[in-house]
Design a protein. Structure first.
Length: 231
């Protein structure tokens, strides 16, 4: 089964489709809010890495997941519930933000073009359905992961498994060199919570903090539960 991006690139060979699909280059830090999706489009990541984040009940940003090539966002535009605020029968919806982590390229596809592609290309319809289903599954998995694991555990799992949540074949380096603010977003907590967790685990001998780097140290980490990737 080809990816959504592979199907899209094939469809863009049609000039009538290509001139309606716009490509946007985002520098690191570029921010997009779902509440501003007034163009009624969906967006597909052509390359790069972007993070999806929401605001928690206390007004703090919580990173839910990282989007990579062929993943999409803006799917709220596909729903009738994306009508303007105040429409009768509208269900409550949590707005979210997308921020570029690396230099990225994003394809913006208007809804009428999406309709054309769904009708004309069965492969596009299947790829779009699979992408939406995988996106929902990943979000639910990340929400459950975040609810069930405290900051200490999430940090250790990040050090052991990396961003993709799967331990590689070789022994992991167990290091992190990201700025504390960005590392906090990676594991879905505030910088303050992360700083306190790091201080605690340094005292326990679990982590070594040196020259702005964090590194796993000793066997103290074994007292913490891990995700299925590094268990």
């Amino acid at each position: 089964m080809p990816t959504l991006m592979e199907v899209l690139l094939a469809a863009l060979k049609d000039p009538q489709i290509a001139h309606r699909v716009s490509s946007e280059r985002w520098a690191p830090g570029t921010h997009w809010q779902s509440c501003h999706n007034g163009k009624q489009s969906i967006f597909v990541v052509r390359h790069g890495r972007l993070e999806l984040a929401v605001m928690d009940a206390e007004g703090r940003e919580r990173s839910l997941r990282v989007l990579a090539e062929s993943e999409l966002f803006g799917t709220e535009a596909l729903s009738a519930l994306s009508a303007p605020s105040g429409t009768a029968g509208e269900a409550p919806r949590q707005d979210y933000g997308i921020r570029a982590v690396t230099y990225s390229e994003v394809l913006q596809i208007p809804l009428d073009v999406v309709d054309q592609l769904i009708i004309r290309l069965p492969l596009f319809r299947k790829a779009l359905t699979n992408s939406i289903a995988n996106h929902i599954w990943a979000l639910e998995r990340e929400r459950e992961h975040g609810r069930s694991m405290p900051t200490n555990n999430r940090l250790l799992c990040y050090l052991r498994c990396g961003e993709n949540g799967h331990q590689p074949q070789q022994k992991p380096l167990g290091k992190a060199t990201l700025p504390m603010q960005l590392l906090a977003r990676r594991i879905g907590c505030s910088a303050g919570h992360l700083s306190r967790s790091v201080s605690t685990m340094v005292r326990e001998g679990v982590l070594l903090r040196q020259d702005g780097r964090l590194q796993l140290k000793g066997d103290g980490e074994m007292r913490y539960a891990f995700c299925e990737g590094c268990a």
